[in-house]
Design a protein around this ligand. Structure first.
Ligand code: PEP
Length: 242
């Protein structure tokens, strides 16, 4: 399982130190991986301070090209050089505010894999698509358009219904299972595929989500900013695999 905390544009250097102090007392069970995704300028410090505690660090986004005149963008080369294991690609906020398309996600995923970084590819339907009962078809198309055809291992897909992000609402548990099954079917050729769920995961609802066989972890926004809650979610994942 993978418990991934997307800090978005929140938290600071001092919070990395706070997290380090909290987790230094924690027995990390290697079967459940913890990863955090701070803002770019904090990545190096996070890796330096947290690697002894078995916390992985990843980037929240990356460019879809390797280098050049792209002011403000960040290359996968740098993300790889500093030692990130993961990079989130195609988060709905990047799609909305930075116009990242499915083709962008595919190109960026290819580049990430070429630098040995595991892409966490986000897919998920809007409320409009859900209300039209077109979720399954929408997710199938997103998967086909976002995941490079040549990939055979090392990718994580995060199913994040847009309407569930930051709203406190989550799909019915059967709906989560059924969308995860669709993703797993589409990508049955990929070894070690993880399909994680994201969207208003908190310490109250996480155990029911982790009970679902098709859920291999969670991508957590708001609740990852409160370290006690984040670690409670991690502990719930550990209980699930024992
Ligand atoms: C996210 O933005 O990836 C996310 C899942 O946010 P939240 O947990 O706050 O809904």
């Amino acid at each position: 399982m993978l418990i991934a905390g997307n800090w978005k544009m929140n938290l600071k250097y001092e919070d990395i130190i706070k997290l380090k102090n909290i987790i230094s007392d924690l027995e990390v069970d290697r079967r459940v991986e913890i990863a955090i995704f701070p803002q770019f300028p904090l990545l190096y410090s996070a890796i330096e301070k947290l690697s002894d505690y078995k916390i992985e660090v990843g980037a929240q986004a990356c460019s879809s090209v390797l280098k050049g005149a792209f002011t403000g963008d960040v290359s996968v080369e740098i993300i790889s050089d500093i030692g990130c294991k993961y990079c989130i690609v195609g988060h709905s906020e990047r799609r909305e505010y930075h116009h990242e398309t499915n083709q962008f996600v595919k190109n960026a995923s290819n580049l990430l894999l070429s630098k040995n970084i595991i892409p966490i590819v986000c897919v998920g339907e809007s409320l409009e698509v859900k209300n039209k009962r077109e979720t399954n078809q929408f997710i199938k198309s997103q998967i086909r358009e976002c995941i490079p055809e040549n990939i055979t291992s090392n990718i994580v897909v995060a199913y994040e219904p847009i309407w569930a992000i930051g709203t406190g609402k989550i799909p019915e548990y059967e709906e989560i299972s059924s969308v995860h099954k669709i993703i797993m079917n589409e990508l049955s050729h990929i070894k070690n595929l993880k399909v994680i769920y994201g969207g208003s995961v908190n310490k109250e609802n996480c155990s029911k989500i982790f009970e679902l066989n098709e859920v291999h972890g969670a991508l957590i926004g708001g609740a990852s900013l409160k370290f006690k809650d984040f670690l409670a979610i991690y502990e719930s994942a550990v209980k699930q695999i024992i």
